[in-house]
Write a protein that binds this ligand. Sequence first.
Ligand SMILES: *Cc1c(COP(=O)(O)O)cnc(C)c1O
Length: 228
Amino acid sequence: MIADNLDNVRQNIRVAAEQCGRKPDEIRLVAVSKTYPTSAIKEAIGSAQFLFGENYIQEATQKYTELKDSAEFHFIGHLQTNKAKIAAEIFKMIETVDSMKLGLHLNRHLIQYDKTMDILIQVNIGNDKNKAGITPADAEDLIREISQLSNLRVRGLMTMPPFFEESEKVRPYFRKLRILAETLRKKNLFFDNSHVEISMGMSGDYQIAIEEGATLVRVGTAIFGSRS
Ligand SMILES: *Cc1c(COP(=O)(O)O)cnc(C)c1O
């Protein structure tokens, strides 16, 4: 079942990429495994999926302990500074950095671990009061500040756009994030400006996100099934 779903999602990614003239291997699939047990992740690993997204630190810690030799985890939830130490230890990438305060906490722990970490800046692309992320207008200053921190590498941007029943309505928000990333790239603000990561798109809209330039899509339900 998970194997079939993964085949399906991979096929959709390939088709969406090819239809807009992109290479399918420019797009990485983050299988969002939050609330699903380790056994589900193992099933996905059996189908050669090795990158997973987690939202909750305690849950992710258990999964990491069991699977660290066979999988990588991106943190995609809201990170509180008092969880920065454990996050610095267990994640390959933190996609949701949206303040200098959080950056400072992460950097301090990374120095202790003698480790560098890839991060994305979470942008509140819809200027939505209920959503986390830095405003688009403040993203440049935040990246400049965080880039001063020795052990963090700002690889790109991530967003959670407003929700619409009709997925096509989200397209302008994806486009806006891509254009922002491009503007910042031209100013050489990222760690590697020849490869800037753009994390956007979930089960309902990842094909649209790919058409608009996503390099990381975060897909949960379409792989593991409904969470409720
Ligand atoms: C849960 C979650 C996803 C995956 O959502 P699905 O609709 O299940 O694909 C993606 N990104 C973030 C930040 C999430 O919290």
